[in-house]
Design a protein around this ligand. Sequence first.
Ligand code: MRU
Length: 352
Amino acid sequence: MTTASFTIPRSVEWKDEKIILLNQQKLPHVNEYLEITTVQEVWDAIHTLKVRGAPAIGITAAFGLAQASLTYETESLEDFYAALKKDHDYLASSRPTAVNLFWALNRLLTSVKTAVSVNEAKTLLTHEAIQIQIEDEEVCRRIGENALSLFKGGNRIMTICNAGSIATAKYGTALAPFYIAKERNIPLSVFACETRPVLQGARLTTWELMQADVDVTLITDNMAAHTIKTKGISSIIVGADRIAANGDTANKIGTYNLAILAKAFEIPFYVAAPLSTFDPSISDGSEIPIEERDPKEVTHFNGVSIAPEGVNVFNPAFDVTPHELVTGIITEKGVLTGNYQQEIKELFKEDN
Ligand code: MRU
């Protein structure tokens, strides 16, 4: 949990066949850890944002599928695979946009293909889920190093939502450079958009960064243009939920606004994401399914109604930033900066 002299929180742990989840719904004022033991609880935790953030969703679902498999009481591999596929599909229905969910669940299915017994299959699944988490931590660290190379001491950088440690295995994607800068005593300041309607910026990004003593200032989403202009914001960095083959990027609703502002103010707009967030099977952002959530997230604030009863509501949880507005996509393998179509193709050629 601790690097150098500051704390970097984690959201998911696998302990004695249980999933221990930091309940992100309750942050920042209550630190509650949930002990998850059933596949229904895993589905609910992802669906209701107790765990959220693309890589963390993938890791949790992987543990959920591995955990579910341990309960299958059969010696027949055929029956085992049937049960596994059913739970795979169930967990895959928990949220639609972040591709890491499907990537992680499919990785688990692939990992058992060589199993010659049910017992071996169970061991392989648990091992693969743990491996996904270990790899994500390393990958995030590398994304942080690559992102930090784009910043200079004293920079003020804007972000939205929470693409931090608790959205991944550790460090985060968009927030990883700030942890690494802190380790190296490089001063960077973060301006965090609150991120209506669920307030991941206000509740989670500020909470994370303040624990690491990173200089962070909270603004509401509609203060972004004024803040860029008056506070000398040098760049914007965000995470991603799914990146299409041409670089179009789905991320938290409001990200597209920031990309347009970056263009207007002629500052760089960076997306930080692991390869597990790319979906080269879709040619552009129009194919990314955008989750629409409960209207109550918009009509209510902390359980209190703030809008007339019965008002029409549109509540998309994500938007798609066209690749033309993205200055660079920061991955664990380096920074993509030009012809995304070509670079993404190359990246996946290398990876296979
Ligand atoms: O609805 P959320 O909170 O799961 O949305 C999260 C984001 O949009 C993050 O920016 C993205 O998943 C990247 S997390 C490293």
